[in-house]
Design a protein around this ligand. Sequence first.
Ligand SMILES: [Zn+2]
Length: 265
Amino acid sequence: MPRYFCRLRLAVASLMAALATSGSSDAAQTSTASQSSGSPTTVVIDAGHGGHDRGGIPGQTIAEKVMTLDVAQRLRNVLSASGYRVVMTRDSDVFVPLPTRVSIANSYRNAIFVCIHFNATQRAGAGGIETYFYSRGSLPLASAIHNYVVGGAPSSNRGVRRRGYYVLRRTNIPAVLVECGFLTNPTEAAYAQTASYRQKLAEEIAAGVRARNSVASDSFIDQTKVARSERHKSKRSHKKSARKKKSSSKPAGSEARSASIHRES
Ligand SMILES: [Zn+2]
């Protein structure tokens, strides 16, 4: 009896291991297949701010709305060339209310939502890339986009974060908001002002969209809870995921804790 159980357990264990090993490659193949056959995935690209809403903080030299639109348009070009159907929530310097952006996103099936922003804060030294999601189903997309953008940017990694921004909370398709660096940081602002860097950002975001089903990372910082519980939960979340996977570089701890100012509308 004990021997039999032992063999059975070994057999089950090796079967589980085989399934686990094949799991990720299967997911990647499925993703490729679904893009080459059937209807193409629609990517709803949302350039943050616009019109009377410049974005950023008062007195900020570089208008965030200009940078977000430029990256969004470049992203559209890259994704369209890859065969994606692309919808823009805005394609010029106009103000689009958040509920309208969400309605546009929710009117497409087999779609994903990618919202482009740049960050701002009073502390000029603050910098880095952060990517937000809200629904659990959006985490793979957030992780993939974040890994690619961080990998291609000179900026530090502020991590994937879960937070209830309106456009993330109210969309019912996988939805991600990327903060492509701080326009209040002199170095990151200088990069953002070059067309080649904005093109690079667009290409990395597009690479994340393509790889959204094959990037194995579920590490994130939970910012959905308030005050005291926030730090505790975020630490716990990191420990839990750190045990499972180590595919992405760690977010810079001190930077991750420093508060950035992001005004969504
Ligand atoms: Zn913004």
